[in-house]
Ligand binder design. Structure first.
Ligand SMILES: [Ca+2]
Length: 330
Protein backbone atom coordinates (compact mmCIF):
# COMPACT_ATOMS: atom_id res chain seq x y z
CA UNK A 1 0.00 0.00 0.00
CA UNK A 2 2.75 2.41 1.07
CA UNK A 3 4.88 1.32 -1.89
CA UNK A 4 1.95 1.95 -4.27
CA UNK A 5 1.43 5.38 -2.75
CA UNK A 6 5.14 6.17 -3.12
CA UNK A 7 5.09 5.07 -6.76
CA UNK A 8 2.07 7.26 -7.36
CA UNK A 9 3.70 10.27 -5.69
CA UNK A 10 6.91 9.68 -7.67
CA UNK A 11 4.98 9.46 -10.93
CA UNK A 12 3.00 12.61 -10.15
CA UNK A 13 6.19 14.49 -9.24
CA UNK A 14 7.87 13.31 -12.45
CA UNK A 15 4.81 14.39 -14.47
CA UNK A 16 4.75 17.85 -12.85
CA UNK A 17 8.51 18.35 -13.19
CA UNK A 18 8.76 17.04 -16.76
CA UNK A 19 8.03 20.45 -18.37
CA UNK A 20 11.10 21.78 -16.54
CA UNK A 21 13.46 18.82 -16.29
CA UNK A 22 12.55 17.21 -19.65
CA UNK A 23 13.94 13.93 -18.31
CA UNK A 24 11.46 11.78 -20.24
CA UNK A 25 12.02 13.81 -23.42
CA UNK A 26 15.79 13.32 -23.12
CA UNK A 27 15.40 9.61 -22.46
CA UNK A 28 13.26 9.23 -25.54
CA UNK A 29 15.60 11.31 -27.70
CA UNK A 30 18.62 9.25 -26.58
CA UNK A 31 16.78 5.98 -27.16
CA UNK A 32 16.60 6.67 -30.89
CA UNK A 33 19.80 6.40 -33.03
CA UNK A 34 20.78 9.68 -34.63
CA UNK A 35 20.00 8.79 -38.25
CA UNK A 36 16.47 7.70 -37.39
CA UNK A 37 15.95 10.59 -35.01
CA UNK A 38 17.05 13.11 -37.66
CA UNK A 39 14.69 11.58 -40.23
CA UNK A 40 11.88 11.38 -37.65
CA UNK A 41 12.39 15.06 -36.79
CA UNK A 42 12.28 16.00 -40.48
CA UNK A 43 9.02 14.12 -40.98
CA UNK A 44 7.61 15.53 -37.73
CA UNK A 45 8.38 19.08 -38.86
CA UNK A 46 6.78 18.46 -42.26
CA UNK A 47 3.70 16.85 -40.74
CA UNK A 48 3.24 19.54 -38.13
CA UNK A 49 3.59 22.36 -40.69
CA UNK A 50 0.85 20.86 -42.88
CA UNK A 51 -1.35 20.06 -39.87
CA UNK A 52 -1.15 23.66 -38.67
CA UNK A 53 -2.04 25.14 -42.06
CA UNK A 54 -4.82 22.57 -42.54
CA UNK A 55 -6.45 23.74 -39.32
CA UNK A 56 -6.66 27.27 -40.67
CA UNK A 57 -8.36 26.25 -43.92
CA UNK A 58 -11.91 26.09 -42.67
CA UNK A 59 -14.45 27.65 -44.95
CA UNK A 60 -16.63 26.22 -47.65
CA UNK A 61 -14.18 26.90 -50.46
CA UNK A 62 -11.03 26.08 -48.46
CA UNK A 63 -12.10 22.88 -46.74
CA UNK A 64 -11.09 20.44 -49.54
CA UNK A 65 -7.60 21.96 -49.70
CA UNK A 66 -7.41 21.78 -45.91
CA UNK A 67 -8.43 18.12 -45.93
CA UNK A 68 -5.78 17.31 -48.56
CA UNK A 69 -3.21 18.80 -46.23
CA UNK A 70 -4.74 16.87 -43.32
CA UNK A 71 -4.23 13.65 -45.31
CA UNK A 72 -0.66 14.56 -46.09
CA UNK A 73 0.03 15.55 -42.49
CA UNK A 74 -1.39 12.22 -41.34
CA UNK A 75 0.81 10.20 -43.74
CA UNK A 76 3.90 12.14 -42.66
CA UNK A 77 3.04 11.88 -38.95
CA UNK A 78 2.53 8.15 -39.34
CA UNK A 79 5.91 7.84 -41.09
CA UNK A 80 7.59 9.95 -38.37
CA UNK A 81 6.14 7.71 -35.70
CA UNK A 82 7.23 4.57 -37.59
CA UNK A 83 10.80 5.78 -37.97
CA UNK A 84 11.01 6.89 -34.37
CA UNK A 85 9.59 3.54 -33.23
CA UNK A 86 12.22 1.52 -35.11
CA UNK A 87 11.54 1.51 -38.85
CA UNK A 88 14.46 2.23 -41.18
CA UNK A 89 15.23 5.89 -41.79
CA UNK A 90 14.95 5.37 -45.55
CA UNK A 91 11.62 3.56 -45.44
CA UNK A 92 9.39 4.71 -48.31
CA UNK A 93 6.79 7.28 -47.33
CA UNK A 94 3.23 5.96 -47.28
CA UNK A 95 0.22 7.62 -48.88
CA UNK A 96 -2.65 8.55 -46.59
CA UNK A 97 -4.72 5.40 -47.39
CA UNK A 98 -1.62 3.18 -46.97
CA UNK A 99 -0.90 4.77 -43.60
CA UNK A 100 -4.55 4.37 -42.63
CA UNK A 101 -4.58 0.66 -43.50
CA UNK A 102 -1.39 0.12 -41.53
CA UNK A 103 -2.73 2.12 -38.58
CA UNK A 104 -5.98 0.16 -38.46
CA UNK A 105 -4.11 -3.13 -38.90
CA UNK A 106 -2.01 -2.31 -35.84
CA UNK A 107 1.01 -0.95 -37.70
CA UNK A 108 1.22 1.92 -35.24
CA UNK A 109 0.63 -0.23 -32.23
CA UNK A 110 3.15 1.12 -29.79
CA UNK A 111 3.19 1.58 -26.05
CA UNK A 112 1.77 4.96 -25.12
CA UNK A 113 0.05 5.73 -28.44
CA UNK A 114 -3.48 6.78 -27.62
CA UNK A 115 -5.73 6.78 -30.62
CA UNK A 116 -9.11 8.52 -30.29
CA UNK A 117 -12.34 6.66 -29.82
CA UNK A 118 -14.50 6.44 -32.94
CA UNK A 119 -11.36 6.19 -35.03
CA UNK A 120 -13.44 5.06 -37.99
CA UNK A 121 -15.00 8.54 -38.25
CA UNK A 122 -11.71 9.69 -39.83
CA UNK A 123 -11.82 6.97 -42.50
CA UNK A 124 -13.73 8.97 -45.17
CA UNK A 125 -10.92 11.56 -45.08
CA UNK A 126 -7.81 9.50 -44.41
CA UNK A 127 -8.56 6.24 -46.20
CA UNK A 128 -9.99 7.59 -49.47
CA UNK A 129 -7.80 6.37 -52.32
CA UNK A 130 -8.69 9.31 -54.55
CA UNK A 131 -7.69 12.67 -53.11
CA UNK A 132 -10.73 14.30 -54.74
CA UNK A 133 -13.02 12.14 -52.60
CA UNK A 134 -12.73 14.73 -49.81
CA UNK A 135 -14.37 17.32 -52.09
CA UNK A 136 -17.53 15.23 -52.11
CA UNK A 137 -17.94 14.72 -48.37
CA UNK A 138 -21.00 16.13 -46.65
CA UNK A 139 -20.42 18.88 -44.07
CA UNK A 140 -21.40 16.45 -41.29
CA UNK A 141 -18.80 13.89 -42.37
CA UNK A 142 -16.20 16.63 -42.71
CA UNK A 143 -16.88 17.93 -39.21
CA UNK A 144 -16.61 14.66 -37.33
CA UNK A 145 -13.94 13.21 -39.61
CA UNK A 146 -11.66 16.20 -39.44
CA UNK A 147 -11.81 16.35 -35.66
CA UNK A 148 -10.87 12.68 -35.26
CA UNK A 149 -8.21 12.90 -37.98
CA UNK A 150 -6.58 15.80 -36.14
CA UNK A 151 -6.59 13.81 -32.91
CA UNK A 152 -4.89 10.91 -34.73
CA UNK A 153 -2.21 13.25 -36.11
CA UNK A 154 -1.63 14.78 -32.69
CA UNK A 155 -1.33 11.33 -31.10
CA UNK A 156 1.22 10.22 -33.70
CA UNK A 157 3.25 13.43 -33.43
CA UNK A 158 3.18 13.13 -29.64
CA UNK A 159 5.09 9.86 -29.94
CA UNK A 160 8.00 11.55 -31.70
CA UNK A 161 10.68 13.54 -29.90
CA UNK A 162 11.96 15.84 -32.65
CA UNK A 163 14.64 17.53 -30.53
CA UNK A 164 18.22 16.35 -30.22
CA UNK A 165 19.46 15.43 -26.72
CA UNK A 166 21.70 18.52 -26.85
CA UNK A 167 18.75 20.78 -27.69
CA UNK A 168 16.78 19.24 -24.83
CA UNK A 169 19.62 19.88 -22.37
CA UNK A 170 19.76 23.53 -23.54
CA UNK A 171 15.98 23.85 -23.17
CA UNK A 172 16.18 22.36 -19.67
CA UNK A 173 18.85 24.89 -18.64
CA UNK A 174 16.73 27.76 -19.95
CA UNK A 175 13.62 26.52 -18.18
CA UNK A 176 15.38 25.92 -14.88
CA UNK A 177 16.95 29.39 -15.11
CA UNK A 178 13.50 30.89 -15.83
CA UNK A 179 12.02 28.91 -12.93
CA UNK A 180 14.80 30.22 -10.66
CA UNK A 181 14.10 33.78 -11.78
CA UNK A 182 10.37 33.39 -11.11
CA UNK A 183 11.12 31.90 -7.67
CA UNK A 184 13.53 34.76 -6.88
CA UNK A 185 10.95 37.37 -7.92
CA UNK A 186 8.24 35.65 -5.87
CA UNK A 187 10.57 35.58 -2.87
CA UNK A 188 11.43 39.26 -3.33
CA UNK A 189 7.72 40.13 -3.55
CA UNK A 190 6.98 38.08 -0.40
CA UNK A 191 9.86 39.78 1.46
CA UNK A 192 8.64 43.20 0.34
CA UNK A 193 5.18 42.37 1.68
CA UNK A 194 6.63 41.14 4.98
CA UNK A 195 8.87 44.16 5.39
CA UNK A 196 6.23 46.70 4.33
CA UNK A 197 4.91 48.72 7.28
CA UNK A 198 1.65 47.37 8.61
CA UNK A 199 -1.43 49.56 8.61
CA UNK A 200 -2.56 49.37 12.24
CA UNK A 201 -5.98 50.79 11.43
CA UNK A 202 -7.11 48.31 8.79
CA UNK A 203 -10.14 46.35 9.93
CA UNK A 204 -10.28 48.16 13.29
CA UNK A 205 -13.47 49.62 14.75
CA UNK A 206 -14.47 53.05 13.46
CA UNK A 207 -17.24 55.40 14.52
CA UNK A 208 -18.46 58.81 13.42
CA UNK A 209 -20.44 61.65 14.96
CA UNK A 210 -23.29 60.86 12.53
CA UNK A 211 -24.05 59.16 9.24
CA UNK A 212 -25.29 61.01 6.20
CA UNK A 213 -28.30 59.12 4.77
CA UNK A 214 -27.36 56.71 2.00
CA UNK A 215 -23.66 56.63 2.85
CA UNK A 216 -21.60 53.68 4.17
CA UNK A 217 -21.20 52.76 7.79
CA UNK A 218 -18.19 54.45 9.42
CA UNK A 219 -16.43 51.09 9.22
CA UNK A 220 -15.76 51.98 5.59
CA UNK A 221 -12.94 54.19 6.77
CA UNK A 222 -10.84 51.17 7.81
CA UNK A 223 -11.94 48.59 5.23
CA UNK A 224 -8.77 48.86 3.15
CA UNK A 225 -10.62 50.40 0.18
CA UNK A 226 -9.10 53.73 -0.79
CA UNK A 227 -10.83 54.46 -4.07
CA UNK A 228 -14.55 54.35 -3.31
CA UNK A 229 -16.49 57.61 -3.47
CA UNK A 230 -16.06 57.74 0.31
CA UNK A 231 -15.71 55.32 3.24
CA UNK A 232 -17.45 57.54 5.77
CA UNK A 233 -19.67 60.62 5.41
CA UNK A 234 -21.14 62.45 8.37
CA UNK A 235 -24.08 64.78 8.29
CA UNK A 236 -23.54 68.51 8.22
CA UNK A 237 -23.52 69.41 11.89
CA UNK A 238 -21.58 71.20 14.63
CA UNK A 239 -18.08 69.73 15.23
CA UNK A 240 -18.28 66.49 13.20
CA UNK A 241 -15.72 63.76 13.89
CA UNK A 242 -14.57 60.31 12.82
CA UNK A 243 -12.66 58.01 15.21
CA UNK A 244 -10.63 54.86 14.61
CA UNK A 245 -9.91 52.60 17.57
CA UNK A 246 -6.55 50.85 17.04
CA UNK A 247 -7.45 48.29 19.72
CA UNK A 248 -4.48 49.16 21.92
CA UNK A 249 -1.92 51.89 22.43
CA UNK A 250 0.74 52.18 19.73
CA UNK A 251 3.56 54.59 19.11
CA UNK A 252 2.51 56.21 15.86
CA UNK A 253 4.96 57.41 13.26
CA UNK A 254 2.49 58.34 10.55
CA UNK A 255 -1.21 58.75 9.84
CA UNK A 256 -2.41 58.80 6.24
CA UNK A 257 -5.87 60.05 5.25
CA UNK A 258 -7.22 59.21 1.78
CA UNK A 259 -9.81 61.76 0.78
CA UNK A 260 -13.12 61.05 -0.94
CA UNK A 261 -12.84 60.22 -4.63
CA UNK A 262 -15.62 62.33 -6.12
CA UNK A 263 -14.33 65.85 -5.56
CA UNK A 264 -15.50 68.44 -2.96
CA UNK A 265 -12.06 68.10 -1.37
CA UNK A 266 -11.91 71.56 0.16
CA UNK A 267 -15.29 71.27 1.89
CA UNK A 268 -13.88 69.48 4.94
CA UNK A 269 -11.01 71.95 5.44
CA UNK A 270 -9.66 72.85 7.87
CA UNK A 271 -9.69 69.48 9.60
CA UNK A 272 -7.72 68.42 12.65
CA UNK A 273 -5.90 65.18 13.41
CA UNK A 274 -6.28 64.26 17.07
CA UNK A 275 -4.91 61.40 19.15
CA UNK A 276 -6.00 59.88 22.44
CA UNK A 277 -4.98 57.00 24.66
CA UNK A 278 -8.29 56.74 26.52
CA UNK A 279 -10.87 58.09 24.05
CA UNK A 280 -11.68 60.95 26.46
CA UNK A 281 -8.68 63.26 26.44
CA UNK A 282 -7.62 64.39 22.98
CA UNK A 283 -4.59 66.23 21.76
CA UNK A 284 -4.53 67.87 18.35
CA UNK A 285 -1.27 66.89 16.59
CA UNK A 286 -1.93 68.48 13.21
CA UNK A 287 -4.40 70.64 11.36
CA UNK A 288 -4.80 70.37 7.60
CA UNK A 289 -5.71 73.47 5.62
CA UNK A 290 -4.15 72.52 2.26
CA UNK A 291 -6.07 70.44 -0.23
CA UNK A 292 -5.48 66.67 -0.34
CA UNK A 293 -7.28 64.08 -2.45
CA UNK A 294 -7.73 60.30 -2.78
CA UNK A 295 -4.70 59.98 -5.04
CA UNK A 296 -2.61 62.53 -3.11
CA UNK A 297 -3.51 61.67 0.46
CA UNK A 298 -2.74 63.64 3.58
CA UNK A 299 0.36 61.96 4.98
CA UNK A 300 1.05 63.27 8.47
CA UNK A 301 4.41 62.27 10.03
CA UNK A 302 4.39 61.81 13.81
CA UNK A 303 7.14 61.35 16.37
CA UNK A 304 6.27 58.08 18.09
CA UNK A 305 3.06 59.57 19.46
CA UNK A 306 1.37 57.17 21.91
CA UNK A 307 -2.26 56.64 20.90
CA UNK A 308 -5.04 54.11 20.81
CA UNK A 309 -7.60 56.38 19.14
CA UNK A 310 -7.10 58.43 15.98
CA UNK A 311 -9.68 61.15 15.29
CA UNK A 312 -10.43 63.51 12.45
CA UNK A 313 -12.35 66.44 13.87
CA UNK A 314 -13.61 69.83 12.81
CA UNK A 315 -14.13 72.65 15.28
CA UNK A 316 -16.83 74.42 13.27
CA UNK A 317 -20.07 73.36 11.62
CA UNK A 318 -19.67 71.16 8.54
CA UNK A 319 -19.18 67.53 7.66
CA UNK A 320 -16.36 65.01 7.20
CA UNK A 321 -16.20 62.59 4.27
CA UNK A 322 -13.06 60.59 3.50
CA UNK A 323 -12.15 57.20 2.05
CA UNK A 324 -9.68 55.69 4.46
CA UNK A 325 -7.60 56.40 7.54
CA UNK A 326 -4.36 54.49 7.96
CA UNK A 327 -1.99 54.49 10.93
CA UNK A 328 1.62 53.29 11.07
CA UNK A 329 3.89 52.69 14.01
CA UNK A 330 4.83 50.07 16.58
CA1 LIG B 1 -12.30 52.73 2.88
Amino acid sequence: MVATMRTRVRRTAAFLLEPFLLAEAERRARSCPEARRTRGAELHRAAYGRYRVARELRSEDRTPAGLSLTREAFALAFAAHRVFAGAAADEALPTSPEAWDALVAGGADAEGLRLPKHLEAAAPILSATEPIAVDRLTPALVDTGREVAELVIEALLGMVEPRSPRAIVRARRRRIAAMGLVAALALAAAMARLLAPQNLAEGMAATASSRHPGTPDAQGVTDGVRNANYGVHTQTEASPWVVVDLGGTHRLREVVVYHRNDGYWDEILPVGLELSEDGATWRRVAERTARFTASHPWSQPLTDEPARYVRLARAERGYIAVNEIEAYGD
